[in-house]
Design a protein around this ligand. Structure first.
Ligand SMILES: Nc1ncnc2c1ncn2[C@@H]1O[C@H](COP(=O)(O)OP(=O)(O)OP(=O)(O)O)[C@@H](O)[C@H]1O
Ligand SMILES: [Mg+2]
Length: 412
């Protein structure tokens, strides 16, 4: 017997509900209302011909967002560095159904202007021989045996056949090869130009980047067709909703103070909320199904140990192991506690004073904050010069959550 995908598991375990290392499932997905993120993506998906670039920091929820909002319309392709354009296309066809046989040959002869126009701007024409059986069932097996048919036609046909309208290239930051990137950009333009006849078949790219251009540099003609969606962190309320919904599904009691603490420590990262909540839920199972302060304290310590390993290595290099003032440690913890995205030196110093009080010798801290931007000391911070003034920020803002966790687990 098969259980329909959206059927809730009767007795979910903490592992089913809190999944720090997997995208959010249907039951746990929180609609992203901050900055109207969910709505913006939805609009871009509906807009005829719009090709979409979703960018943001690691762990903010890009994959979950596209997968849940796109729903059944999505065919997802995992991007890896070693993959060629051909590999990505093979994966795309694979995501559209069970591919039994798929071959295609590129003809490298450059298509004429008219040919290029007809193939939708794709730089070459491919011939493809494929037998696809879509998920609809074996009856839907369909043969593509075409020669010299533009690849784009076959791709669109296969997508429409499979009922998928969104080709989702995830983790696109892994694709470093310029040629591959250019081909994807061309494919995006081609799909835009065919949007009306294809019923709005489109590409969504998602990846870790500070801007859409960092993820994929587009020509003017491609940029005109692209909708950029920046995925930021979640609001404390959204994070709190993850915690309460998950605990509710597990029948575990949690008080508002504990929820608020998890939300504050998470610094807007659903990844961190899932991580702490997972350990809190596991601990609560032995504590009368309640997240008591003691259960949460233990969960935080476990979350620190289990956190994305890179941060603990960098943190260890960053902070002084001993000493009285330990200015590098103080700066990191003070900046992590603040919600400001970046700081000039005076603001950083004010944050240190607010947290630790006492005297802060200027030169001492100036050297320390500079050191925190160097590889020798873990590069947790970075420095940028803006109108002759240095501004400091976390190299990866997820570090803020990690340091908040350390702070919470080391204070008495
Ligand atoms: N809208 C959401 N509701 C509930 N949980 C979410 C939501 N979005 C993300 N999460 C959770 O946050 C974590 C990270 O999500 P996801 O993998 O989607 O992030 P990402 O931005 O794609 O990360 P990366 O850049 O590393 O691939 C996962 O544990 C996921 O379950
Ligand atoms: Mg992802």
């Amino acid at each position: 017997m098969t259980i329909p995908e959206d059927e809730p598991t009767p007795d979910p375990t903490p592992w089913d509900v809190f999944t720090p290392r997997a995208p959010a499932g249907e039951l746990m997905f929180i609609n992203r209302t901050k900055d109207k993120l969910g709505e913006r993506l939805e609009h871009a998906l509906n807009e005829l011909g719009a090709q979409i670039i979703v960018y943001g920091d690691t762990g903010v929820g890009k994959t979950s967002l596209v997968a849940r909002i796109g729903g059944d319309r999505v065919a997802r392709v995992e991007c890896q560095d070693a993959k060629s354009f051909r590999d990505l296309l093979l994966d795309a066809f694979g995501a559209l159904g069970v591919v039994q046989e798929l071959r295609f040959a590129e003809t490298h002869e450059k298509a004429s202007e008219a040919g290029a126009e007809m193939s939708g701007g794709l730089g070459y024409i491919a011939s493809l021989k494929a037998r696809l059986s879509t998920k609809v069932g074996e009856k839907a097996t369909r043969e593509f045996e075409v020669t010299q048919q533009p690849l784009i036609d076959v791709l669109i046909e296969a997508m429409v056949d499979a009922g998928k309208h969104i080709l989702f290239f995830d983790n696109f930051e892994n694709i470093k090869d310029e040629g591959v990137r250019r081909s994807i950009a061309e494919l995006m333009v081609a799909l835009s130009d065919r949007a009306r006849e294809s019923g709005n078949v489109k590409i969504v790219l998602a990846g870790i980047a500070e801007s859409a251009t960092d993820l994929l540099h587009l020509s003017d003609s491609a940029a005109r067709r692209a909708a950029e969606v920046s995925a930021g962190t979640m609001s404390p309320r959204e994070i709190a909703e993850i915690v309460t919904r998950g605990m509710g599904l597990l029948g575990i009691a949690i008080g508002p103070d504990e929820v608020e603490l998890i939300a504050r420590l998470s610094a807007g990262y659903p990844y961190v909320a899932h991580l702490i909540s997972l350990y809190a839920a596991l601990g609560a199972s032995d504590a009368g199904k309640e997240v008591t302060p003691a259960v949460l304290e233990e969960a935080i310590a476990k979350a620190v140990d289990d956190f994305h390993l890179d941060f603990s290595t960098r943190y260890r290099r960053a902070v002084e192991q001993s000493g009285g003032v330990r200015p590098r440690r103080r700066i990191l913890h003070a900046l992590a506690e603040s919600d400001l995205a970046d700081f000039d030196f005076d603001e950083a110093l004010a944050a240190v004073k607010a947290k630790y009080g006492g005297e802060t010798a200027y030169t001492y801290f100036n050297a320390a904050i500079g050191a925190l931007c160097t590889e020798n000391h873990g590069s947790l911070l970075r420095k940028r010069s803006l109108r002759g003034k240095n501004r400091y920020s976390f190299q990866n803002p997820l570090a803020r959550a990690f340091i908040r966790l350390i702070d919470a687990s080391s204070s008495p």
